[in-house]
Design a protein around this ligand. Sequence first.
Ligand SMILES: [Zn+2]
Length: 297
Amino acid sequence: MTYRGRFAPSPTGPLHFGSLVSALASWLDARAHRGAWLVRIEDIDGPRTVPGAAESILSTLERFGMIPDEPPVWQSRRMPRYQQALEQLKSTGLIYPCGCTRKEIADSLLHVRARNTTLAYPGTCRAGLHGKPARAWRLRVPDGDAAVIAFLDRWQGPQTQNLATEVGDFVLRRADDQWAYQLAVVIDDADDDITHIVRGADLMDSTARQIYLQHCLGAPTPHYCHVPVVTNERGEKLSKQNGATALDGDHPLDALNAAARHLGLDLTTIGSTPAETLEGFYAAAAAAWASRMGISE
Ligand SMILES: [Zn+2]
């Protein structure tokens, strides 16, 4: 196996401490496996993309010493591939147009409350649009035992999700004419031959959907590792929206050591003094990661 990992930030603002933790974890995993590390800019959500943010993220990664092994990939340049995948799924009858508005879905869910307090799309348009205009395209999820997707997360352990009761038929092409994250990420990981996905645990809930979509498209399933996200005092995931500040590019070692501590990496057992160079830090941190994750050379 040729290891290929990736860091996939959304360009909604500069790199902050929360995204640094994800970047570092994916970088260390690639380094511990002596594999390739790629960066993908997830800029398909046009309205959320901030001009200049992608360039700022890439230059901060570079100042922190995380240089991708291949030129960065931009999702916005891959729209024709997503369309092609949608056509493939149309031809197999696995997707169908949905004419429901947000309000109609909410209203119908007042009567159908799925288990685990999550609300699943009740499949209203499975049997046809009944005169309503098509707004979105949804992927039909299996019923019965086939709806249960199980995977072993390298950090969080065994996971299962029932797509029928916890998610429902999910959107691949949104009503606002944007590609859904689930479709784009699955196509990108397949096209880039990604073997290992290391990302924040906030994306754990999307993983079963992505695995099912891989099955539908005939794409391989990578190994998954969901690391703890950084939260603020209120327990919310740190993001640009709730006040995360940009990283200080002049002192990368301070932020990197804090990110390593967040990942539970004890660097003191490797070197007797804190690393004074980026290279020294990464050597110690990759060794600690390999030990934590049971990766042998
Ligand atoms: Zn519908």
